[in-house]
Design a binder for this molecule. Structure first.
Ligand code: 5GP
Ligand code: ZN
Length: 133
């Protein structure tokens, strides 16, 4: 999509540090410098988020997520990964092209990758009745 930075990285128009790619997906280094080894996995075609992603593309993204995660833990000295995703601006998505963050983890790395929640305010059973499929 015109103007989308991740489409430009996928096509090669903008340089990215490409960790792994296949026909449908790309994994590349995040530029944030917030944590060592921060990697993003994207579909090469423009999809806004998981909320409007077709199943085949989502499967391809998940497969690459696993390939890269296994590589990090089997060959790169990491012991686990956190996989993070924001879908929708209200959820904190800042780039409107589907991406999964891979945060590689090691014992003693001091990273707290789990969000601090504010505490539930609604009754559990009322929410359950609303969200149950
Ligand atoms: P979000 O907040 O949407 O979940 O994450 C967007 C991520 O994209 C951020 O971690 C940000 O650092 C990364 N990002 C934004 N622009 C670029 C860019 O031009 N190149 C790379 N490699 N990462 C980017
Ligand atoms: Zn895009």
């Amino acid at each position: 999509m015109e103007g989308c930075i991740f489409c430009k990285i996928a096509s090669g128009e903008v340089q990215g540090l490409r960790v792994f790619e296949d026909e449908q997906t790309l994994a590349f280094m995040d530029i944030a410098k917030d944590v060592d080894g921060h990697i993003l996995v994207i579909p090469k075609k423009h999809v806004k988020s998981i909320l409007d992603c077709d199943s085949e593309t989502l499967f391809a993204v998940a497969h690459t997520m696993k390939t890269v995660s296994n590589h990090l833990t089997e060959n790169c000295g990491y012991e686990g990964v956190n996989l993070l995703n924001a879908s929708g601006e209200r959820a904190g998505q800042s780039v409107q092209h589907l991406h999964i963050h891979i945060i590689p983890r090691k014992r003693g790395d001091g990273i707290d990758a789990w969000p601090k929640f504010n505490g539930a305010k609604e009754d559990l059973k009322e929410i359950y009745a609303r969200v149950k499929l």
